[in-house]
Design a protein around this ligand. Sequence first.
Ligand SMILES: N[C@@H](CCC(=O)NCCCC(=O)O)C(=O)O
Length: 271
Amino acid sequence: MRSPRVVKPLIGISCCTKQFGVFGMPNHAASDTYVRVTDEVIRAVPILLPACGPTADIETLLDRLDGIILTGSRSNVQPTLYDGPPHAEGTPEDPARDGFTMPLIRAAVARGVPLLAICRGFQELNVALGGSLHQRLQDLPDRIDHSTPMQPAAGVRQGKAHAVRLTPGGWLHRLAGTATLAVNSLHNQGVNMLAPALVTEAIAPDGTIEAVRATASQAGSATGFAVGVQWHPEYDWRTDPVSRTIFEHFGAAVRAYAEAARLGGVSIAAD
Ligand SMILES: N[C@@H](CCC(=O)NCCCC(=O)O)C(=O)O
């Protein structure tokens, strides 16, 4: 008898629109850090998802994907999506990415496709589910500066910027086994109104919401791992055990989803 075929799960990684080359031609791009962690820690096959705008065929994608990583980006979610005031002049936006990720997130959460949302992705998750954003945390009273120093230095991305307090008994608290975590910080925007389907998993000392989880009942899905962090575990998973564990938990949810919902007749590689 032939042994069952063993395949790895497929993880979609959201791309940004970027202009490359001397003629500034539009391209779709995602940082190598997300590709590496998908391959080396989650042990899944990374699939780059172009920022196709609202014409993307979301259902066809979700029929084939076993999980989604929503990436960080210098660009910002368009304020029209949460009834916010226009951005200050020069603030980067990526409407083609928003036009793709907003329906993707809603459909993935409704289907229970595992979702890990990082930084801009975390902000997208909140907006897609009905929340809103602050546009410049550093302009608000009593907030610490969460923004990215304009340096390529590894320390900025792999070092720690501030602590976050984990919600007692929450997903992240159980995962980390500690009351607080130290995290890196590379953002200007942040959650203002939290989407009704999300619960807070971590909070910075200045009150900024730093991690969230979609609750199955409120998001209308039967199961589902939909979590978001405002920081960047993809930068320091080689040295930070909690960052690595976040991806491992996501990977376990992806494998469980693939086994249960998608791949009748073939086996999913254990890791
Ligand atoms: N633009 C948003 C989201 C911030 C974000 O995702 N930053 C990624 C930075 C990656 C890097 O510089 O290495 C905001 O400013 O809040």
